[in-house]
Each structure stands twice: as C-alpha cells, then as structure tokens.
Ligand binder design. Sequence first.
Ligand code: ADP
Ligand code: MG
Length: 702
Amino acid sequence: MNTQAFQTPIEYLKGVGTARAEVLKKDLGIYKYEDLLRYFPFKYIDRTRFYKIKDINPELPHVQLIVRLTHKEILGEKYTKRLIVHALDDTGVMELAWFQGIKWAEKNLVIGKAYIIFGKPGMFNGKAQMAHPEIEPYSPGAVKRMGNLTLQPGYNSTEKLKTFSLDSKGLQKLVAILLEQYLRDIHENLPQYIIQKFKLLNRADAYRHIHFPENAALLYEAQHRLKFEELFLIQLRLLKNKLLRTQKFKGAVFNNVGESFNTFYTQKIPFPLTNAQKRVLKEIRHDTQRGVQMNRLLQGDVGSGKTVVALMSMLLAIDNGFQTCLMAPTEILATQHYISIQALLGEDFLEVALLTGSVKKKNRKVIHENLENGKLKILIGTHALIEDAVQFKNLGFVVIDEQHRFGVEQRAKLWRKNVIPPHVLVMTATPIPRTLAMTLYGDLDVSVIDELPAGRKPIETLHYYESQRLQMFGFIKREIALGRQIYIVYPLIQESEKLDLKNLMDGFEVISREFPLPQYRVSIVHGKLSASDKELEMQRFVKGETQIMVATTVIEVGVNVPNASVMIIENAERFGLSQLHQLRGRVGRGAEQSYCILMSGQKLSREGKVRLDTMVRTNNGFEISEIDLQLRGPGNIEGTQQSGVLDLKLADLATDQELLLQARKVVEEIFENDPQLALPQNQILHHAFASKTGGLSWDKIS
Ligand code: ADP
Ligand code: MG
C-alpha cells in the first residue's frame, strides 16, 4: 500500500483491540491494516442456489436451504448435551444440531418460522442433519441479498482466534470494516496504460472483490489483477537491478572473430554444431559486443553439448586479447573438462592448464607466472581458481559449470579478477522451467540448448518392481559380459545418515555376493569416505578396473564415463524427478545403447508413480522439470528453497506461467523505452521502489 493508513497497527481497527491484536499477530502474522487487507480468503462458498432437503447428502460442500422449524428438544447431559431442532421443507425433514451456544439458539429460534440455513450437510441415524448452521430468518429481502452475495469468502482461522470470535466469519467482518473505512486509500500502483492494455481491474476494486466478490467473473478478475501486480513488481525489481548493473559495469568488447575461433571452427571441430548450439553462440556473441558485462545462464540437458559452446566463446575472448577460465565444482569434473577440451583443441594449437588443489607447488608456480604474464589463455580448474594467489593479466571470459554448487560470493570473486569484470557464462544441466528461471535468475540472461546432437541413441528407461530383482541382476550380467560398466545408486534419506550408510552397505553386500570376485569387481563411493578415497575409487571405475560402481548420489554431477551404459537406481520412488533425471544423465555418453532401470517397492504413492512413469516416458529435461514443478510446486524445485523470491501470495509459478510471461514482457518494454522511468506515465512505478512493501518485501529479493 502506498498510504500511511495501511501502516496503522491492527489494534486500532474498530472491533480489534489489544487482546485480539495479540492473537492476530501471533497466529496469522497480521500486524498492520495492510496485512489484514492482504489476508486473502483461501476458499469461496457458492451461495447462488438453494437446495432442497431431499437433495442434500454428506458429499456436498456447504449449502443453503430454506426450511421451517417444527420443534426443538434438548438431549443428553453435560458433555453430551445438545439442542436438536427439527425442520422441514416441501421435500422432506431434517435436523439442525447445536452442541455449543445452546442457550442462544434455544432463545432465538422460533418454532413455526422459516429460516435460511447454511452449512455442511451430514447424516445422523439415517437422517439429514446440519450442525451449527449459519441461520437467519427468511425474508424475500434476505434471499435477494444472498443472491447478490453469491460467493462467500472463507478465511483460515485458528482455535485460539476462534475463542476470540475470530473464526472465518469474524475475520470477514474485520475485513469488511477495513474496506468500508479505507477503500478510498487503496491507490493504484500500475500505470494507466498498462491497466488499459491488459483490461485490469483497478486496485481498489480488486481488493474489494477478492474479499467480497459480487460474482465469479469479478472474483476471477480481482485475482487476475492482483496476481499480475505481484509478478509485475518482481520483474520490475529484477530488471531494474539488471539495468543498474549494466550501467555500473562496463564489459569488454569482443569485436574480432579471429584466428583461434576460425581455426577451430574450420579445421578442428569434429562435428557440425546443432542449431541450438549455433543460436546460443550467437546470443553470446551479441552480448559480448555491447560493451556491457554479460551474465548468462546456459541451460542444457546432459549431453546437449554445452562444453563446446563454452569453448568457442572462450576462443572468441582469446581472439580479442583476453584470457579465459573454466571453473568446475570438483576435481574430477575439472579434470574431465581439461581432457575433453584438450582433445577438442588438438596438439600444437592453444595451451591449456589445469589448476586444482592437488597440483604440485612447482607446477602451480609456473601456471601463476604464465597467467600473470598473459601467456596462458585457457585455465581450467576447481575453487583453486578463485584463490587470491591466482592473478590474471587480462581475464575476459569466465565459464562456471554446474552453477548450483557455487555461491554468489564465489562468482563475485571471479568478477574482481579484472578491472573490467569478465563476462560470465554459467552452465547448468539441471533444467528448470522457464518461468522459474525468469523469477530466480531474472537478472541473468538465459540461453537454452534444447536439442541433442544428431544420432544419439536415447536412453531406454525401465521401471522394475522389487519382484523383478533377479531379472535386473541378469540384465547387469549380460551387459558386463558385453564389456559395459554399471552404476547402482542408493538414495540419501536426509533424516538419518546412519541409515543411509547401512542401506548402502547392505546393498553393497548383496551386490558383492551376486557379483563375486574374481569375475566381477565392485567399487563403492559414499559421503563418509575422505575426498581422496572417493577420488581413488572413482578413478578405478573411470579406468575400467571395476565394472560396478555402488554409490550414493555423490556421483550425480557431471562425471563422464562413456563406457558406463547402465544406471540402476534403487528405491527410485524416493528421488525427486530432477534428481532421477540427473542420475540418468550419467549414462548414454558413449556409442552404445544405454539403459536406466528404476527399482521400486510394490507399493507406490500416486505421485511416486507419476514420477517413475514420466521418467520411462521421456528423456526431455525441460518436460521433466515442468512436471516436477506441477507436482511439487515451485518451492521445492532444486535450488529454490532459500529464495525469498518465491514467496508469492497469489500467483503460482506452476499455473500462472502465461501471466508471468506477460508481466515480464511489459517490464522489458518499459525499461527499453524509459530506462530511468522518467516519463510521466511511469512516475507511478517509483513507488514500487520507494515503499518497502507494495505487497512484497524487497529486501528478500536481489
Ligand atoms: P554437456 O552439455 O552435458 O556438458 P558435453 O558438452 O559434455 O555435454 O557434450 C557431450 C558429448 O557430445 C561430447 O562428447 C561432445 O563432444 C559431443 N558433442 C557436442 N556437440 C556435438 C554436436 N553438435 N554433434 C555431435 N556431438 C557433439
Ligand atoms: Mg558438461
């Protein structure tokens, strides 16, 4: 809200007072008028029609009827004491029951008179019954009023609040008081031209109708308007940050496409680029010519060929006189990048160095020197890259692989390695839905490789129940006989590390018995091993010394063993979709047909079944991430947990994607035409930054 009125402490509202205010604060987080205004109904009850007694049954939601009271009686003693009022209409008879407020009901209800009753129908001793109905004397006027008030808001309340008469009805009364007094103080916060363009309800009306909708159409419009506002303000903030950053940080300009890039493209690259790869390269090329620092997120499924795109961008930087580096989250990954990039570049072309924690002091010194004098153009490594000792002569382009393992501070450290911060390309193989990316990384640009190189054999995924375990063992044996390697992965159950380890060890024992030495050799890797033991064990598998790798999810990220063509996932129903997809991505990297077998217990929850079926049906990471979003809601998608950005009150990133795209587009247009928000029609938007609220706590977002 942009007026002072809504900052008033809630105790000052008529009908609240200190005692109720305490509970409102404690139970519902309602401190100020604004909080109450934004305490939205969680449901609406339809009062458009009147039911007949013969038509009601316990299956129905709250319904209303017109009935005449015939007689009343008090039954039971003390705790079982209740007032039963018998009623009828022209189709049948029913009972109304009061267990509390008996005195009031007995005194006020008049036998022989007609009443409008409203409540949840039930059945007792074979008779239609309604306990504690809302009840008021019948009159044509009352019926008409009901007709106007077709949708009744329902507010969540608590036991404590109810003892203060603040049940749903009581809360509704407070909201009514608030709106009556302060409706005029709800000011518009969106520019008129946007309201017109999208035919939005004005803000005051939206608040009115979301609490007291005159009809279903207006309720929809009210929700629509407020959701739009919510998403719009987030995008406004994110894009404003981005704009500030581009104004603050100049970026190196890559004007030349020179020898390194061209030699690689015409002589070295062993395959044609996919269209998606070309498109992303163009996007990066465009970014790096604008004189503005690039911050780009590159999403692409496992195996979609992100590395070569990164490499070619690095070559572009080199052609313009800059150094480059690529940072990976683990030593294994860094080493793999080092090997594959060396292989792509070939001999006698460009020198590449690898810097990790285990590089010997002597070699390290040489690397440091060559970075400082500018001879070394491509550095690949782990966190070791961001140590202060590592100084570049002229770092211009940074690639970060598997983004969610690195924090923001680490990214910032890389920025500071040059006076003009280098361009940054963040690569991730965890696809997230576009709308989520837009909200989470709204201030990054997002590129997507949504196409696999031609000729890939899609991984075949099977779902086996526990009863098919022997079949699974047989399958493994056949694949090993063909010379392939196998992963067997066990879930982490976060509650208990001990149990996890036991699970894994039990599994390992079973496997070792089923696949005995000397014919078979089995590796095991888990979180309790020291880093060097882990590394050693991984290396044995990478080198092909062992045929089976039993592991927890530590192998999830990026490991590349092309000869491993089977991924077995135990207790697959315990994994989230995105994690299953990540794990599956460990295979399918070589020329052979690869398989993923999902093992599960006989009993599956509905959601678990959907997850496994989805995995069997598709290999497309984006499709999977969309389903994940629908199943779990945005708050549970990997990497989003700590993000305040997702504290949306009304909008839902899973179902309101269209609206988000609209809001995003409008905000983009606004900043394009009026980056300072200086035009008269955009003045109103400054409030969004000036006030702390406007429905959002800005400090959570950045
Ligand atoms: P990821 O996106 O998972 O990092 P990589 O960059 O490791 O994928 O690429 C996976 C494999 O596909 C590598 O062996 C790479 O050389 C190969 N590759 C990349 N692009 C293409 C392409 N356009 N055509 C054929 N193979 C490609
Ligand atoms: Mg990769």
